[in-house]
Ligand binder design. Structure first.
Ligand code: GUN
Ligand code: FE
Length: 435
C-alpha cells in the first residue's frame, strides 16, 4: 500500500441517509482533494485549502473534470451464473431447471470455477464494483475459487457455499450434515482472512429440507458474526410452493425466522411478495433486503416496493443478481431501480440512488465501518467516473444545470464506459483506457 497519495477531482459521497431529496445527506467538493494513506482515507477537503498543506513529495493523481464517488457495493450476485446471463424465455422456477442447475453443475471442476471467478472479479472492477455479497454453488471448491480471486485483487468480499439438499438435480445436492460441516470448514478457512467474510447460504426454502434449515440456523448461532444469505418472495409460484412445503409457517419469510435465519447480517434477495407484517419483522430482526431490479424485470418476478421497505426502516441494498440480472453495472441497475420505482409512483432521487449503491448497501451488509463513504479512516475503495463516456452523455450533461441533474443523467445513461478507474485501498485495480 502506498504511504501517502492525493487524488484531485470532484468528490461526492453520502454522509447519511437522504430522505426524498435531501441535499444535506451528501458532501460535494467541486474541486476536491482526497488524501489516502496506507489504503485509508486520511483527509478530504477543497483543493484550495489542502493543496498548500501537501508536502512536495506527495504524489497527486489529477482527475480534474471527473467525479470520484465511493466504490459500488453489489449486495446480491451469483458468480457461477456469469456464463448464463441473458438466457431466454422463462420465469424463476423453469429458469432454474433449464439454465441455472446445469450451469452450476460445471463448478464440480475447480479449474472452471477458478477461471470463472477470475473473470467475474474483473467484471466487477470494470463496472466500479469494489465489494459484493456473492453466492457460490453447492461445491466447496467454488467458494475457494471466488475467495482466492477476490484476495488476489485485495477486494472486500463476502461469499458462501450454497446449501441445497432437495428439489434439485441429484448431482447438486448436499446433505444436512455435509452442509453443516463443509460450511464450518469454509468459515474456519476464510472468514476474517484479509478483507473476506463468510455467508451461510441456503439457496432458498424450497431446496432445503427442514433438517438442513435447522443445521444452517445452528451454524448461524455458533458463528454470529458470519452472514446469512438467501432468496425470499421473488415469484408468485415460488411463494405458493413454499406455502405447500411449509404449511406450519405464517409466510415465506416466517420459514427463515423459525429456523433462526433472520438476524443482523441476514441478507434476503428480492422481498417482492411480502406483507407488512413480514416487512416489519424483517426490519426489526436487523436483516436486510437486496433490491435487484434488472433481475425482477428480466424474470418477470414483480416490482420491489422501496417506499414500503423504507417506511418500516429496513436496511435496503442494491443487487445485480447476475445471471438473472442482466448487467454487472450498478449504474444500469440504478437506472432500472428508478423505473421500477416509477411504476409505483415513487421517484428515486439522484442522491438516494447514490446512497442505495454505496453507503446504503454498506449498511445493508454491515460493512459501513469499513467502506461506503469517505469518512476519515475508512478503506479507500472508490471509482473515478467519466461525465462524457459517450457522445450522448456528454451532450446531455453539458446541458444540465445542477449537480443533481448531471448525476441523474449519469445514472440513467451510464454503464461500464463511465467507469474511468476503479481503486481498491488506494491502488488502481482497473483503468478503462488500459483494458
Ligand atoms: N431463487 C433460488 N435460486 C435463485 C437464483 O439462482 N436466482 C434467482 N434470481 N432466484 C433464485
Ligand atoms: Fe439471486
Amino acid at each position: 500500500l502506498t504511504p501517502v497519495q492525493a487524488f484531485r477531482a470532484s468528490l461526492l459521497h453520502c454522509v447519511s441517509d437522504p430522505g426524498e431529496n435531501d441535499a444535506g445527506a451528501v458532501d460535494y467538493l467541486e474541486d476536491g482533494i482526497m488524501l489516502v494513506a496506507n489504503g485509508r482515507i486520511e483527509k478530504i477537503g477543497s483543493a484550495e485549502d489542502l493543496l498548500p498543506t501537501l508536502p512536495s513529495e506527495v504524489p497527486i493523481h489529477d482527475y480534474r473534470g471527473k467525479l470520484i464517488v465511493p466504490g459500488f457495493i453489489d449486495t446480491h450476485v451469483h458468480y457461477p451464473q456469469t456464463d448464463m446471463i441473458a438466457s431466454y424465455g422463462s420465469q424463476l422456477l423453469e429458469w432454474l431447471n433449464t439454465y441455472t442447475f446445469p450451469t452450476e453443475a460445471k463448478f464440480a471442476d475447480e479449474h472452471y470455477a477458478a477461471d470463472t471467478a477470475e473473470f467475474f472479479v474483473n467484471e466487477l472492477l470494470r463496472n466500479g464494483t469494489t465489494s459484493a455479497l456473492v453466492l457460490g454453488t453447492v461445491h466447496t471448491q467454488s467458494v475457494d475459487a471466488i475467495f482466492n480471486a477476490a484476495r488476489g485483487h485485495d477486494m472486500r468480499l463476502i461469499a458462501g457455499k450454497v446449501l441445497m439438499d432437495r428439489n434439485c438435480p441429484e448431482n447438486l445436492r448436499d446433505t444436512p450434515e455435509s452442509a453443516y460441516t463443509d460450511s464450518k470448514a469454509l468459515i474456519e478457512r476464510w472468514h476474517g482472512q484479509d478483507r473476506l467474510q463468510y455467508a451461510i447460504t441456503p439457496r432458498f426454502a424450497p431446496t432445503s429440507s427442514e433438517l438442513q434449515l435447522q443445521r444452517a440456523g445452528q451454524l448461524a448461532a455458533e458463528h454470529p458474526d458470519t452472514f446469512i444469505h438467501t432468496h425470499v418472495a421473488e415469484n408468485t409460484k415460488e411463494v405458493e410452493w413454499v406455502a405447500e412445503l411449509f404449511p406450519q409457517c405464517r409466510s415465506y419469510l416466517d420459514v427463515y425466522d423459525r429456523y433462526g435465519l433472520l438476524r443482523d447480517r441476514s441478507v434476503l434477495a428480492h422481498c417482492i411478495h411480502l406483507d407488512s407484517q413480514d416487512r416489519k419483522r424483517l426490519a426489526a430482526s436487523g436483516a436486510a433486503m437486496a433490491f435487484c431490479p434488472t433481475s425482477n424485470l428480466f424474470l418477470g418476478s414483480g416490482l420491489f416496493d422501496l417506499s414500503a421497505a423504507q417506511s418500516v426502516g429496513a436496511r435496503v441494498g442494491l443487487g445485480t443478481d447476475v445471471g438473472a440480472g442482466t448487467s454487472f453495472s450498478m449504474l444500469q441497475t440504478l437506472s432500472e431501480a428508478y423505473k421500477v420505482s416509477q411504476m409505483a409512483g415513487q421517484s428515486l432521487s439522484p442522491y438516494r440512488a447514490l446512497y442505495l449503491a454505496t453507503l446504503g448497501s454498506a449498511k445493508a451488509l454491515y460493512i459501513d465501518d469499513h467502506v461506503g463513504n469517505f469518512a476519515i479512516n475508512k478503506e479507500a475503495d472508490f471509482v473515478v467516473l467519466d461525465w462524457d463516456s459517450t457522445p450522448l452523455m456528454k451532450r446531455r450533461i453539458n446541458a444540465a444545470q445542477s449537480l443533481e441533474e448531471k448525476l441523474f443523467a449519469l445514472f440513467m445513461l451510464g454503464d461500464d464506459r463511465a467507469i474511468s478507474k476503479t481503486y481498491i485501498r488506494g491502488e488502481c485495480a482497473h483503468s478503462r483506457d488500459l483494458s
